[in-house]
Design a protein around this ligand. Structure first.
Ligand code: AMP
Length: 283
């Protein structure tokens, strides 16, 4: 069923809550692909009722041309979600009737990487996600590891605000050549699409190199060079970080992640992979 107003969705949620149904929420910005659908699939597996929201949230775009170029395919999205209990498709006016007056800021982990290169992005994201949590009254929220830092920001926000929702992170879904599925991939030219898979290769080689005991800084440098030599126009960051704090990795015995954002033409790609613990050479 499609819901375009907050009150109509809230009425439905009340019925489900009274039935003691377990409610799952999958927040998206639409232009759905298999990555989104894997979250929906996991939500259906864990929950009795599933709400998928589709909202291209203007407050998380720090660049108006990125917002206007963001792909939209409402008709196809609705078809892909046939059989889902609730598809929530609010307008910006419905979500922000008074404009964007109150904003939520998650400190610390939201300052670096994406936060540094997209000022205000995480404030806009956290604010809309908190609104969606409150509107949907969901028991579980589903987020992709593709946006690793976003997942950590959401977890931190839930913790800090004592929200009762639990968060499930879902593995990144990739094309056969390794490129992470993303709505923005639609905007790549044929040549750019060909080069795009090198991002995953560079991340994977960096993770592998650290696992094999190579120095982190050298591994990062080599990974960056692969992108530069392959025709990526600009690299916003390419860093090995602590998977939870997103600070530069200092202790490789803790879970770590290599995260990158890089440009092909006017398309910005982000991706990340986990770093296996370095092999103990004394064994
Ligand atoms: P978006 O529509 O890009 O805001 O993404 C909505 C949700 O889908 C976020 O939690 C993303 O992390 C997740 N997502 C996007 N792409 C993928 C992917 N390739 N694999 C898994 N999850 C994804």
């Amino acid at each position: 069923m499609i819901f375009r107003t907050i009150s109509s969705l809230q009425d439905q949620v009340l019925v489900w809550r009274n039935e003691k149904a377990k409610i799952g929420l999958v927040p998206t910005m639409g232009a759905l692909h298999k990555g989104h659908l894997s979250l929906v699939h996991e939500a259906r597996r864990q929950c009795d009722r599933v709400i998928v929201s589709i909202f291209v949230n203007p407050t998380q775009f720090n660049n108006s041309s990125d917002l206007s170029a963001y792909p939209r395919s409402e008709h196809e999205d609705i078809q892909l979600l046939s059989g889902i209990d609730a598809v929530f498709l609010p307008s910006p006016q419905e979500m922000y009737p008074c404009g964007s007056v109150s904003r939520l800021h998650v400190g610390g982990i939201s300052e670096r990487l994406e936060g540094q290169h997209r000022p205000g992005h995480f404030d806009g994201m956290a604010t809309v996600v908190m609104k969606l949590f409150n509107i949907s009254q969901a028991h579980v929220g589903f987020f992709g590891e593709k946006d690793w830092q976003q997942l950590q920001v959401v977890r931190q926000m839930v913790l800090d605000f004592n929200h009762t929702i639990s968060i499930t992170g879902c593995e990144t879904v990739r094309d056969p050549d390794g490129l992470a599925k993303s709505s923005r991939n639609k905007r790549l030219s044929q040549d750019e699409r060909h080069k795009a898979s090198i991002l995953f290769q560079a991340l994977s080689l960096t993770a592998e190199s650290i696992k094999n005991g190579k120095d982190v800084a050298i591994s990062e440098k080599n990974g960056k060079e692969i992108l530069q030599k392959s025709g990526f126009d600009k690299i916003d960051y390419f860093e090995v970080c602590d998977a939870q704090t997103l600070l530069p990795a200092a202790d490789l015995t803790r879970p770590c992640r290599v995260l990158a954002a890089a440009w092909l033409g006017d398309v910005r790609l982000i991706d990340n992979v986990s770093v296996p613990k370095p092999q103990d050479k004394s064994l």
